[in-house]
Write a protein that binds this ligand. Structure first.
Ligand code: OFO
Length: 171
């Protein structure tokens, strides 16, 4: 059975993952408002990913005899200065998430909770990918300097992103 301290940390992170999804969904709406359906698609796939991150925590808590509980989700921004500013915000947010995941790992080690250590390791790896995906997009935006033609090409490319169902990820 999971102890109360680890249960609380995972519950807090579960709400934070939903908050992440909320931010990406708001960013998707912003991209749609700019007539950039591919960028919007990328954000909406990210929203699905974040909900999966939260659902995985829910399942883990239940499996360990814990109780999933939910905190308030803050309102995300409605707009950003530019497409690049939205991705910079995403990167800043992912770095916060990485810090929080690392804190859970540190606590699991201190609490001698090897099951949570093993569970949270999936998120440690996932965060490497989360940060790197956003960094790559920011680099590309810098390269094209958000020019019309460049944005058009990138939009087409990002339209191809699909949410890979968790089972297929082997998660
Ligand atoms: Fe859940 O990884 Fe992004 O926030």
């Amino acid at each position: 059975m999971i102890n109360k301290k680890m249960e609380k940390m995972i519950n807090d992170q579960m709400s934070f993952e939903i908050y992440s999804g909320y931010i990406y969904l708001a960013m998707g709406a912003y991209m749609d408002s700019l007539d950039l359906p591919g960028f919007a698609n990328w954000m909406k796939v990210q929203w699905q990913e974040e909900f999966f991150h939260a659902q995985k925590m829910y399942a883990y808590l239940v499996e360990r005899g814990g109780r999933p509980t939910f905190g308030a989700i803050p309102e995300p921004p409605k707009t950003w200065k530019s497409v690049k500013a939205a991705f910079e915000h995403a990167l800043e947010h992912e770095r916060i998430v990485t810090g929080r995941i690392n804190d859970i790992m540190t606590a699991a080690i201190k609490e001698n909770d090897h099951a949570t250590r093993s569970f949270i390791n999936w998120y440690v790896d996932e965060q490497v990918e989360e940060e790197s995906n956003v960094e790559t997009i920011i680099k590309r935006l810098n390269m094209i300097k958000e020019s019309g033609e460049g944005m058009f090409m990138m939009d087409k490319e990002l339209a191809a992103r699909v949410f890979v169902p968790p089972v297929a990820q082997g998660a």
